[in-house]
Design a protein around this ligand. Sequence first.
Ligand code: NAP
Length: 350
Amino acid sequence: MTAKHHNITALVTGANGYIASWLVKYLLEQEFTVHATVRDKTNQNKVSHLQTLINEYPGKLTLFNADLFNNGDFDEAMEGCELVFHTASPFIIRGLNDPQTELIDPALKGTRNVLESANRIHSVKRIILTSSVVAIYGDYVDMQSTEQGVFTEAHWNTTSSVGHQPYSYSKTLAEQEAIKIHEAQSRWDMVTVNPGLVLGPSLAKASDSTSLSTMLELMDGTLRTGAPDLRFPLVDVRDVAIAHINAATTEKALGRHILVAGSQSMLEMANIIRKKYGSKYGVPRWQVPKPIVWLVGPFMGITRDFVANNVSHAIEFDNQRAKKELSVQFRPIAETVLDHADQIISDGLV
Ligand code: NAP
Protein backbone atom coordinates (compact mmCIF):
# COMPACT_ATOMS: atom_id res chain seq x y z
CA MET A 1 0.00 0.00 0.00
CA THR A 2 1.20 3.51 -0.69
CA ALA A 3 1.74 5.96 2.14
CA LYS A 4 0.67 9.29 0.71
CA HIS A 5 -2.36 10.46 2.60
CA HIS A 6 -0.81 12.10 5.65
CA ASN A 7 -2.66 15.38 5.09
CA ILE A 8 -6.13 13.85 4.78
CA THR A 9 -8.47 13.32 7.74
CA ALA A 10 -11.20 10.70 7.44
CA LEU A 11 -14.19 9.99 9.65
CA VAL A 12 -15.28 6.40 10.17
CA THR A 13 -18.70 5.87 11.80
CA GLY A 14 -19.20 2.69 13.84
CA ALA A 15 -15.41 2.34 13.87
CA ASN A 16 -15.32 -0.51 16.37
CA GLY A 17 -17.37 -2.75 14.03
CA TYR A 18 -16.21 -5.85 12.18
CA ILE A 19 -15.67 -4.19 8.78
CA ALA A 20 -14.78 -0.74 10.12
CA SER A 21 -11.95 -2.06 12.31
CA TRP A 22 -10.06 -3.27 9.23
CA LEU A 23 -10.89 -0.01 7.47
CA VAL A 24 -9.43 2.04 10.35
CA LYS A 25 -6.32 -0.16 10.44
CA TYR A 26 -5.68 0.19 6.69
CA LEU A 27 -6.39 3.95 6.76
CA LEU A 28 -3.74 4.34 9.46
CA GLU A 29 -1.31 2.16 7.49
CA GLN A 30 -1.82 4.55 4.56
CA GLU A 31 -1.08 7.54 6.83
CA PHE A 32 -4.58 9.01 6.94
CA THR A 33 -5.57 10.77 10.15
CA VAL A 34 -8.69 9.02 11.46
CA HIS A 35 -11.63 10.30 13.49
CA ALA A 36 -13.52 7.27 14.73
CA THR A 37 -17.02 7.32 16.18
CA VAL A 38 -18.22 4.65 18.59
CA ARG A 39 -21.24 4.56 20.86
CA ASP A 40 -19.22 4.64 24.07
CA LYS A 41 -15.48 5.17 24.00
CA THR A 42 -15.16 4.06 27.63
CA ASN A 43 -16.56 0.60 26.81
CA GLN A 44 -13.29 -1.39 26.82
CA ASN A 45 -15.04 -4.49 25.61
CA LYS A 46 -15.92 -2.66 22.37
CA VAL A 47 -12.91 -0.41 21.82
CA SER A 48 -9.83 -2.21 23.16
CA HIS A 49 -8.69 -3.14 19.64
CA LEU A 50 -8.96 0.53 18.61
CA GLN A 51 -6.99 1.48 21.71
CA THR A 52 -4.20 -0.81 20.46
CA LEU A 53 -4.20 1.12 17.15
CA ILE A 54 -4.09 4.46 19.04
CA ASN A 55 -0.92 3.25 20.77
CA GLU A 56 0.53 1.97 17.49
CA TYR A 57 -0.17 5.22 15.59
CA PRO A 58 0.28 8.04 18.13
CA GLY A 59 -1.68 11.19 17.30
CA LYS A 60 -3.33 9.64 14.23
CA LEU A 61 -6.51 8.08 15.65
CA THR A 62 -9.06 9.84 17.86
CA LEU A 63 -12.25 8.31 19.27
CA PHE A 64 -15.52 10.27 19.54
CA ASN A 65 -18.89 9.26 20.97
CA ALA A 66 -21.82 9.39 18.53
CA ASP A 67 -25.16 7.61 18.31
CA LEU A 68 -27.11 7.20 15.06
CA PHE A 69 -30.29 8.34 16.81
CA ASN A 70 -28.93 11.66 18.12
CA ASN A 71 -29.18 14.62 15.76
CA GLY A 72 -25.89 16.51 15.47
CA ASP A 73 -23.90 13.80 17.28
CA PHE A 74 -21.48 13.41 14.36
CA ASP A 75 -20.67 17.11 13.89
CA GLU A 76 -17.73 17.26 16.28
CA ALA A 77 -16.04 14.14 14.88
CA MET A 78 -16.63 15.30 11.28
CA GLU A 79 -15.05 18.72 11.78
CA GLY A 80 -11.92 18.95 9.55
CA CYS A 81 -12.67 15.66 7.72
CA GLU A 82 -12.44 15.50 3.93
CA LEU A 83 -13.72 11.92 3.80
CA VAL A 84 -16.64 10.33 5.65
CA PHE A 85 -16.94 6.53 5.70
CA HIS A 86 -20.46 5.83 6.95
CA THR A 87 -20.45 2.19 8.04
CA ALA A 88 -22.48 2.28 11.27
CA SER A 89 -25.76 0.36 10.99
CA PRO A 90 -26.95 -2.76 12.80
CA PHE A 91 -26.41 -6.05 10.92
CA ILE A 92 -28.71 -8.34 12.88
CA ILE A 93 -30.91 -10.97 11.24
CA ARG A 94 -32.13 -13.26 14.03
CA GLY A 95 -33.68 -12.70 17.44
CA LEU A 96 -35.25 -9.35 16.57
CA ASN A 97 -38.18 -8.18 18.69
CA ASP A 98 -39.02 -5.02 16.80
CA PRO A 99 -37.36 -4.67 13.36
CA GLN A 100 -38.60 -1.10 12.97
CA THR A 101 -36.78 0.25 16.04
CA GLU A 102 -33.87 -2.23 16.03
CA LEU A 103 -32.96 -2.06 12.32
CA ILE A 104 -34.88 0.36 10.17
CA ASP A 105 -34.83 3.43 12.44
CA PRO A 106 -31.07 3.35 13.15
CA ALA A 107 -30.24 2.66 9.47
CA LEU A 108 -32.50 5.37 8.08
CA LYS A 109 -32.31 8.03 10.80
CA GLY A 110 -28.59 7.36 11.18
CA THR A 111 -27.92 7.90 7.47
CA ARG A 112 -29.98 11.09 7.54
CA ASN A 113 -28.14 12.24 10.65
CA VAL A 114 -24.63 11.59 9.30
CA LEU A 115 -25.33 13.08 5.85
CA GLU A 116 -27.00 16.16 7.34
CA SER A 117 -23.85 16.69 9.41
CA ALA A 118 -21.89 16.54 6.13
CA ASN A 119 -24.16 19.29 4.79
CA ARG A 120 -23.13 21.48 7.75
CA ILE A 121 -19.42 20.63 7.89
CA HIS A 122 -17.72 22.30 4.95
CA SER A 123 -14.49 20.25 4.99
CA VAL A 124 -16.36 17.17 3.67
CA LYS A 125 -15.70 16.37 0.01
CA ARG A 126 -16.72 12.71 -0.33
CA ILE A 127 -18.92 10.22 1.49
CA ILE A 128 -18.27 6.52 1.15
CA LEU A 129 -21.46 4.71 2.05
CA THR A 130 -21.42 1.10 3.23
CA SER A 131 -24.58 -0.29 1.67
CA SER A 132 -25.03 -3.98 0.83
CA VAL A 133 -26.03 -6.39 -1.90
CA VAL A 134 -29.29 -6.69 0.03
CA ALA A 135 -30.17 -3.22 -1.30
CA ILE A 136 -29.86 -4.83 -4.77
CA TYR A 137 -32.02 -7.94 -4.27
CA GLY A 138 -34.67 -9.00 -1.77
CA ASP A 139 -34.76 -12.79 -2.17
CA TYR A 140 -32.61 -15.10 -4.28
CA VAL A 141 -35.68 -16.03 -6.31
CA ASP A 142 -35.75 -12.41 -7.61
CA MET A 143 -32.75 -13.30 -9.81
CA GLN A 144 -35.11 -15.18 -12.12
CA SER A 145 -36.65 -11.89 -13.20
CA THR A 146 -33.33 -10.22 -14.12
CA GLU A 147 -32.63 -9.94 -17.86
CA GLN A 148 -29.19 -11.62 -17.80
CA GLY A 149 -29.80 -13.99 -14.84
CA VAL A 150 -27.34 -12.04 -12.67
CA PHE A 151 -27.65 -9.10 -10.27
CA THR A 152 -25.89 -5.86 -11.23
CA GLU A 153 -25.63 -2.34 -9.78
CA ALA A 154 -28.70 -1.41 -11.87
CA HIS A 155 -31.00 -3.60 -9.73
CA TRP A 156 -32.83 -2.56 -6.57
CA ASN A 157 -34.45 -4.56 -3.84
CA THR A 158 -38.21 -4.13 -4.34
CA THR A 159 -39.48 -7.11 -2.35
CA SER A 160 -38.35 -6.58 1.26
CA SER A 161 -40.47 -4.95 3.96
CA VAL A 162 -40.59 -4.51 7.76
CA GLY A 163 -42.24 -7.94 7.95
CA HIS A 164 -40.09 -9.79 5.39
CA GLN A 165 -36.27 -9.45 5.31
CA PRO A 166 -36.23 -6.29 7.49
CA TYR A 167 -32.42 -6.00 7.48
CA SER A 168 -32.48 -5.90 3.67
CA TYR A 169 -35.26 -3.34 3.84
CA SER A 170 -33.23 -1.20 6.27
CA LYS A 171 -30.22 -1.13 3.91
CA THR A 172 -32.41 -0.37 0.88
CA LEU A 173 -34.16 2.55 2.58
CA ALA A 174 -30.83 3.89 3.91
CA GLU A 175 -29.12 3.82 0.51
CA GLN A 176 -32.13 5.44 -1.19
CA GLU A 177 -32.23 8.16 1.48
CA ALA A 178 -28.50 8.78 1.03
CA ILE A 179 -28.97 9.23 -2.73
CA LYS A 180 -31.78 11.73 -2.09
CA ILE A 181 -29.66 13.80 0.32
CA HIS A 182 -26.63 13.59 -1.98
CA GLU A 183 -28.60 14.78 -5.00
CA ALA A 184 -30.02 17.76 -3.10
CA GLN A 185 -26.57 19.37 -2.77
CA SER A 186 -23.38 19.73 -4.84
CA ARG A 187 -20.47 20.17 -2.40
CA TRP A 188 -19.71 16.51 -1.62
CA ASP A 189 -19.91 13.46 -3.85
CA MET A 190 -20.82 9.93 -2.84
CA VAL A 191 -19.44 6.49 -3.66
CA THR A 192 -21.32 3.42 -2.47
CA VAL A 193 -20.00 -0.06 -1.82
CA ASN A 194 -22.41 -3.00 -1.77
CA PRO A 195 -20.69 -6.01 -0.17
CA GLY A 196 -22.11 -9.53 -0.08
CA LEU A 197 -21.78 -11.54 3.13
CA VAL A 198 -18.44 -10.46 4.55
CA LEU A 199 -16.22 -13.11 6.13
CA GLY A 200 -12.58 -13.24 7.17
CA PRO A 201 -10.66 -12.73 10.42
CA SER A 202 -12.17 -10.32 12.93
CA LEU A 203 -10.20 -7.67 14.78
CA ALA A 204 -13.36 -6.70 16.68
CA LYS A 205 -13.93 -8.83 19.73
CA ALA A 206 -17.48 -7.73 20.58
CA SER A 207 -19.30 -7.21 17.28
CA ASP A 208 -22.95 -8.20 16.83
CA SER A 209 -22.39 -8.65 13.08
CA THR A 210 -24.27 -11.59 11.52
CA SER A 211 -21.01 -12.29 9.62
CA LEU A 212 -19.46 -13.50 12.84
CA SER A 213 -22.44 -15.49 14.09
CA THR A 214 -22.85 -17.18 10.68
CA MET A 215 -19.24 -18.35 10.64
CA LEU A 216 -19.40 -19.38 14.29
CA GLU A 217 -22.54 -21.45 13.63
CA LEU A 218 -20.60 -23.44 11.04
CA MET A 219 -17.96 -24.33 13.63
CA ASP A 220 -19.66 -24.60 17.03
CA GLY A 221 -21.71 -27.72 16.33
CA THR A 222 -25.02 -25.87 15.77
CA LEU A 223 -25.24 -27.36 12.27
CA ARG A 224 -23.72 -30.74 13.14
CA THR A 225 -26.85 -32.50 11.87
CA GLY A 226 -26.73 -30.67 8.55
CA ALA A 227 -26.84 -27.25 6.87
CA PRO A 228 -29.61 -25.84 4.72
CA ASP A 229 -28.89 -25.70 0.98
CA LEU A 230 -28.22 -21.98 1.20
CA ARG A 231 -25.66 -20.22 -0.95
CA PHE A 232 -23.99 -16.99 0.19
CA PRO A 233 -22.48 -14.28 -2.00
CA LEU A 234 -19.14 -13.95 -0.18
CA VAL A 235 -16.36 -11.39 0.09
CA ASP A 236 -13.31 -11.00 2.34
CA VAL A 237 -13.43 -8.33 5.06
CA ARG A 238 -9.93 -7.13 4.11
CA ASP A 239 -10.96 -6.70 0.46
CA VAL A 240 -14.05 -4.79 1.59
CA ALA A 241 -11.90 -2.44 3.68
CA ILE A 242 -9.51 -1.84 0.76
CA ALA A 243 -12.47 -1.26 -1.58
CA HIS A 244 -13.73 1.47 0.81
CA ILE A 245 -10.34 3.22 0.67
CA ASN A 246 -10.11 2.88 -3.12
CA ALA A 247 -13.64 4.28 -3.34
CA ALA A 248 -12.36 7.31 -1.44
CA THR A 249 -9.14 7.82 -3.37
CA THR A 250 -10.26 7.01 -6.93
CA GLU A 251 -11.35 10.40 -8.14
CA LYS A 252 -13.60 9.21 -10.98
CA ALA A 253 -15.41 6.64 -8.80
CA LEU A 254 -19.13 7.30 -8.44
CA GLY A 255 -22.28 5.36 -7.57
CA ARG A 256 -22.63 1.71 -6.53
CA HIS A 257 -20.07 -1.10 -6.50
CA ILE A 258 -20.91 -4.76 -5.90
CA LEU A 259 -18.30 -6.45 -3.70
CA VAL A 260 -18.75 -10.20 -4.14
CA ALA A 261 -15.89 -12.62 -4.85
CA GLY A 262 -18.23 -15.51 -5.65
CA SER A 263 -21.03 -17.62 -4.18
CA GLN A 264 -20.71 -20.77 -2.08
CA SER A 265 -23.10 -23.00 -0.19
CA MET A 266 -22.78 -23.52 3.56
CA LEU A 267 -21.73 -27.11 2.88
CA GLU A 268 -18.97 -25.98 0.48
CA MET A 269 -17.72 -23.59 3.19
CA ALA A 270 -17.86 -26.42 5.75
CA ASN A 271 -15.90 -28.68 3.39
CA ILE A 272 -13.09 -26.10 3.21
CA ILE A 273 -12.84 -26.08 7.02
CA ARG A 274 -13.11 -29.87 7.31
CA LYS A 275 -10.29 -30.37 4.79
CA LYS A 276 -7.92 -28.61 7.23
CA TYR A 277 -9.40 -29.48 10.63
CA GLY A 278 -11.24 -32.78 10.06
CA SER A 279 -14.38 -33.33 12.11
CA LYS A 280 -12.99 -31.60 15.22
CA TYR A 281 -15.28 -28.58 15.18
CA GLY A 282 -18.66 -30.10 14.37
CA VAL A 283 -18.90 -28.55 10.91
CA PRO A 284 -21.85 -29.90 8.91
CA ARG A 285 -21.29 -32.87 6.58
CA TRP A 286 -24.69 -32.95 4.95
CA GLN A 287 -27.32 -30.73 3.42
CA VAL A 288 -30.75 -30.84 5.04
CA PRO A 289 -33.51 -31.39 2.40
CA LYS A 290 -35.50 -28.22 1.71
CA PRO A 291 -38.89 -29.62 2.91
CA ILE A 292 -37.33 -30.31 6.32
CA VAL A 293 -35.79 -26.81 6.48
CA TRP A 294 -39.24 -25.45 5.58
CA LEU A 295 -40.75 -27.47 8.42
CA VAL A 296 -38.23 -26.63 11.16
CA GLY A 297 -37.15 -23.17 9.92
CA PRO A 298 -39.55 -21.17 12.16
CA PHE A 299 -38.11 -22.92 15.24
CA MET A 300 -34.64 -21.75 14.20
CA GLY A 301 -35.65 -18.13 13.52
CA ILE A 302 -36.07 -18.59 9.74
CA THR A 303 -39.48 -17.85 8.22
CA ARG A 304 -41.09 -20.20 5.71
CA ASP A 305 -41.22 -17.36 3.16
CA PHE A 306 -37.45 -17.03 3.50
CA VAL A 307 -36.97 -20.77 3.00
CA ALA A 308 -39.27 -20.87 -0.03
CA ASN A 309 -37.60 -17.89 -1.75
CA ASN A 310 -33.93 -18.47 -0.89
CA VAL A 311 -33.07 -22.06 0.05
CA SER A 312 -31.94 -24.14 -2.99
CA HIS A 313 -31.92 -21.05 -5.23
CA ALA A 314 -28.84 -19.74 -7.08
CA ILE A 315 -27.39 -16.27 -6.41
CA GLU A 316 -24.89 -14.56 -8.73
CA PHE A 317 -23.52 -11.03 -8.97
CA ASP A 318 -21.60 -9.16 -11.64
CA ASN A 319 -18.50 -7.79 -9.83
CA GLN A 320 -16.77 -6.23 -12.87
CA ARG A 321 -17.42 -2.64 -11.83
CA ALA A 322 -15.57 -2.97 -8.50
CA LYS A 323 -12.70 -4.75 -10.23
CA LYS A 324 -12.34 -2.08 -12.94
CA GLU A 325 -13.31 1.11 -11.13
CA LEU A 326 -12.00 0.36 -7.63
CA SER A 327 -9.15 -2.01 -8.64
CA VAL A 328 -10.42 -4.63 -6.21
CA GLN A 329 -8.64 -7.96 -6.45
CA PHE A 330 -10.91 -10.44 -4.72
CA ARG A 331 -9.20 -13.04 -2.55
CA PRO A 332 -10.15 -16.69 -3.17
CA ILE A 333 -13.09 -17.70 -0.95
CA ALA A 334 -11.17 -20.67 0.49
CA GLU A 335 -8.53 -18.29 1.87
CA THR A 336 -11.20 -16.06 3.44
CA VAL A 337 -13.02 -18.98 5.09
CA LEU A 338 -9.82 -20.59 6.39
CA ASP A 339 -8.34 -17.35 7.73
CA HIS A 340 -11.64 -16.72 9.53
CA ALA A 341 -11.73 -20.27 10.92
CA ASP A 342 -8.11 -19.88 12.12
CA GLN A 343 -8.99 -16.64 13.96
CA ILE A 344 -12.05 -18.21 15.61
CA ILE A 345 -9.92 -21.11 16.82
CA SER A 346 -6.96 -19.01 17.98
CA ASP A 347 -9.30 -16.64 19.86
CA GLY A 348 -10.79 -19.67 21.64
CA LEU A 349 -14.31 -19.07 20.35
CA VAL A 350 -14.90 -22.77 19.64
P1 NAP B 1 -20.92 -4.60 13.15
O1 NAP B 1 -19.61 -5.14 13.55
O2 NAP B 1 -22.09 -4.97 14.00
O3 NAP B 1 -20.84 -3.04 13.01
C1 NAP B 1 -21.97 -2.20 13.10
C2 NAP B 1 -21.55 -0.89 13.70
O4 NAP B 1 -22.70 -0.03 13.77
C3 NAP B 1 -21.03 -1.04 15.14
O5 NAP B 1 -19.96 -0.16 15.35
C4 NAP B 1 -22.24 -0.62 15.97
O6 NAP B 1 -21.91 -0.11 17.24
C5 NAP B 1 -22.76 0.50 15.08
N1 NAP B 1 -24.11 0.88 15.50
C6 NAP B 1 -25.22 0.12 15.56
N2 NAP B 1 -26.24 0.84 16.07
C7 NAP B 1 -25.75 2.08 16.34
C8 NAP B 1 -26.30 3.26 16.88
N3 NAP B 1 -27.58 3.36 17.26
N4 NAP B 1 -25.48 4.34 17.01
C9 NAP B 1 -24.18 4.28 16.65
N5 NAP B 1 -23.60 3.18 16.15
C10 NAP B 1 -24.38 2.10 15.99
O7 NAP B 1 -21.32 -5.07 11.67
P2 NAP B 1 -20.52 -5.07 10.30
O8 NAP B 1 -20.76 -6.39 9.69
O9 NAP B 1 -19.15 -4.57 10.46
O10 NAP B 1 -21.37 -4.01 9.47
C11 NAP B 1 -20.90 -2.72 9.17
C12 NAP B 1 -21.67 -2.16 8.02
O11 NAP B 1 -21.48 -2.98 6.87
C13 NAP B 1 -23.18 -2.06 8.22
O12 NAP B 1 -23.62 -0.89 7.57
C14 NAP B 1 -23.70 -3.28 7.48
O13 NAP B 1 -25.03 -3.12 7.05
C15 NAP B 1 -22.74 -3.31 6.31
N6 NAP B 1 -22.62 -4.60 5.63
C16 NAP B 1 -22.19 -5.68 6.32
C17 NAP B 1 -22.03 -6.88 5.66
C18 NAP B 1 -21.52 -8.09 6.36
O14 NAP B 1 -21.63 -9.20 5.81
N7 NAP B 1 -20.92 -7.96 7.52
C19 NAP B 1 -22.37 -6.99 4.31
C20 NAP B 1 -22.82 -5.86 3.63
C21 NAP B 1 -22.94 -4.66 4.30
P3 NAP B 1 -21.96 -1.09 18.53
O15 NAP B 1 -20.77 -1.99 18.41
O16 NAP B 1 -21.90 -0.17 19.68
O17 NAP B 1 -23.24 -1.86 18.43
